[in-house]
Design a protein around this ligand. Structure first.
Ligand code: ATP
Ligand code: MG
Length: 656
């Protein structure tokens, strides 16, 4: 723990210090990947707390994933600033909704639906629509998209076509399934993940007293990954903030990868216009990656276009030189997965820790091939993106068993003989059928095993951090983590989708499936969608500290048609290719020089200014207040209607 507030500033560069010490009024940090944005805001909070300017309990730090929230809390504790709330928008909203439900809606809050996919299956059965497993997953995805974009069933067909979505079924069927899904939820008195934000916003808008109460609790807001804030999250933030201005946002427009949820970097890029007088800081020093990795990242951005690209910031690596990125072509996907597993084995043998290695892919359906290859090679792995750890049935069951053991431990078959906490946990879990050795193969059995292994690891870490802790203490910690959806980390190679890898970093990163059809993915058709795919690759590349392996397969399965080619985004960047950038990559630190991002004239760059338009009538907006709402004053608020409808529905349920 640093011995003073000033000592918290050690280890920050001058611009980061500026962020950390700007504790009054709005602050906006625009900076590329790995420049220390997250570090700067974490130290900002810690500095403010240590200097006595910020009351820990009045600060709400919003991060993008539960894991990031957990990391931030841990870091704050190390900096001597415990007690600050670091949460995702969802987890913060969930807590508030739970608290205010009885007062604002009536009754107690309904359960969060466990298995949404089962509910969709029930909806399909009720509609007599047959869906196979894949379709079921895709339809569930469409319903989620509708909800985050505030699309009502009647508008689905039009909205999906407009967004260029590849509807997995006839749009009329999806609209019907969505509508029945909503009915089923109401009948069974459950709400889903997306309802949490919708209802929280509705309550805060509807009830001035509730809004005031939340505002008196939280007075300072810090938002990480602000480029991906959705309109609904932005609305929530505004409601939290009220008329005050203690808001610090950080983001990188070049990492906008959640447009499909309606997220837009406009909130980030327009921040200074909406908050005149804001402190705006830019960071360009990249502390994460080697010059070789940064060179590729800059190269990717140099070919980008669109509003985000107009604001790109050239990264300058601060690290010593490392290996060149490796590019490998494989005949098919299983061969690609085996190749990755082989190289990972070499890294492990060379002393790299498994938790410092990640395999990142575009779609979750790619993960199975890699799980299999790693399992075959006897390499431990963990699946990321499986966010809702504490909702998994095996974890719930284990929780019940641990709670029981904590209560009756003194008299128990087994616990009297073992002493230390991890052994007690292992003993309880073996009663649940858990073994210390992983089962052979991959799939659901393996996943269940990994979940429980994560609990054992957590017990180890917990016992190490708090000597003398009891099973009861651990159960309390688990409850606390469950409330914050703060999943434990599992030792092993990380398997994650690019979307869920945001903000994270590993020594070695394997970017797999970097082929046309995967990156960009087949259904990315419009220029905007293609640009988002490019940004996704940029996010992937910038996760690597040192080693980057890029690979692709010519065909999907062995003996299949070898019709694939490497991603167009690598043209001109990987050795041996020519393309958009007009030159083959020479690599090396020399390439980091600024000249590289100048596009040759042969490729005209499109500059597209986003015009703010009314969401209802499409009229161009000029008034700042209207722009804030993205709606002209003449038009009714479609979003509000949707929100209030939901609120009315829930009140009706309560009244029944
Ligand atoms: P992303 O855009 O991917 O979220 P970021 O801008 O949030 O990246 P951080 O994760 O905060 O970047 O920092 C990247 C890495 O660089 C981390 O390992 C961090 O500890 C390190 N780092 C940041 N600033 C400094 C610094 N001033 N000195 C040394 N290391 C630093
Ligand atoms: Mg970050």
């Amino acid at each position: 723990v640093p011995d003073s507030a000033d000592a918290v500033l050690d280890g920050l560069d001058p611009e980061q210090r500026e962020v950390a010490t700007a504790l009054h009024g709005p602050v906006c940090v625009l900076a590329g990947a790995g420049t220390g944005k997250t570090r700067a805001i974490t130290h900002r909070i810690a500095y403010g707390v240590r200097a006595g300017i910020l009351q820990p309990s009045t600060v709400l730090a919003v991060t993008f994933t539960n894991r990031a929230a957990g990391e931030m809390r841990g870091r704050l504790r190390q900096l001597g600033a415990a007690g600050v709330q670091a949460r995702t928008f969802h987890s913060a909203a969930l807590r508030q909704l739970q608290y205010f439900w009885p007062k604002a809606i009536g009754g107690s809050m309904p359960r969060l639906v466990d298995r949404k996919i089962q509910l969709v299956a029930d909806a399909a059965a009720a509609c007599r629509i047959r869906l196979d497993r894949g379709e079921l997953r895709d339809v569930t995805g469409e319903i989620e998209w509708c909800k985050v974009t505030q699309t009502v069933p009647a508008d689905y067909a039009l909205a999906a076509a407009k967004a260029g979505r590849d509807a997995p079924r006839d749009p009329a069927e999806i609209a019907q399934l969505y509508s029945v899904y909503e009915d089923l939820k109401r009948d069974r008195s459950v709400i889903d993940f997306e309802d949490v934000l919708l209802l929280t916003v509705a309550v805060l808008q509807d009830r001035q007293d509730v809004a005031e109460q939340v505002r008196s609790q939280y007075q300072h807001f810090v938002v990480d990954e602000y480029q991906d804030v959705s309109p609904l999250q932005q609305r929530l933030l505004e409601l939290w903030l009220g008329e005050r201005d203690s808001l610090c946002v950080v983001g990188d427009a070049s990492q906008t990868i959640y447009s499909f949820t309606g997220a837009t970097p406009d909130h980030l890029l327009d921040f200074r216009h909406r908050h005149p007088g804001a402190t705006v800081v830019k960071l360009v020093r990249d502390y994460r990656s080697t010059p070789q990795v940064v060179h590729l990242a800059n190269g990717l951005l140099s070919q980008a276009s669109g509003r985000a690209a107009d604001h790109r910031l050239e990264l300058v690596s601060q690290r010593a030189a490392g290996p060149e990125p490796a590019y490998t072509e494989y005949p098919d996907e299983p061969a690609e997965a085996e190749g990755a597993a082989r190289r990972i084995r070499e890294l492990l043998d060379a002393g790299v820790r498994a938790s410092e290695i990640a395999i990142l892919f575009r779609t979750n359906s790619q993960s199975e091939t890699y799980e299999q290859a790693l399992a075959d090679a006897g390499i431990p792995y963990q699946l990321r993106g499986a966010e809702r750890f504490f909702d998994r049935p095996e974890v719930r069951k284990a929780g019940v068993a641990l709670r029981g053991a904590a209560r009756f431990g003194g008299n128990d078959a087994l616990l009297d003989e073992v002493v230390d906490l991890p052994s007690q946990v292992r003993a309880v879990l073996s009663g649940e059928g858990w073994t210390s050795q992983p089962p052979a193969g991959s799939g659901a059995v393996r996943e269940r095993w990994e979940s429980l292994a994560a609990l054992v690891n957590l017990a180890h870490d917990f016992a190490a951090a708090r000597p003398g802790a009891t099973l009861g203490d651990l159960v309390a910690e688990l409850d606390e983590r469950a409330g914050a959806q703060h999943a434990p980390t599992v030792q092993g190679v990380t398997l994650a989708s690019l979307h869920s890898a945001k903000g994270l970093e590993w020594d070695a990163v394997f970017l797999v499936g970097v082929a046309e059809g995967m990156m960009p993915i087949t259904y990315a058709k419009t220029d905007e969608q293609i640009e988002e795919e490019r940004r996704l690759l940029y996010v992937g590349v910038t996760r690597a500290r040192e080693r980057l392996h890029v690979s692709w397969a010519l065909s999907r399965s062995p003996g299949g048609r070898a019709g694939r080619r490497p991603s167009r985004f690598l043209d001109g960047l990987r050795p041996g290719s020519t393309g958009a950038a007009g030159r083959a990559a020479s690599g090396g630190p020399g390439g980091v020089e600024r000249g590289f991002t100048t596009r040759p004239d042969a490729v005209p760059r499109r500059t597209r200014r986003t015009v703010a338009r009314c969401r209802v009538c499409g009229r161009t907006l000029t008034d700042a207040g209207e722009m804030k709402l993205m709606r002209c004053d003449d038009c009714p608020s479609d979003m509000d209607e949707g929100l209030y409808e939901r609120l009315r529905e829930w009140r009706a349920v309560q009244a029944r």
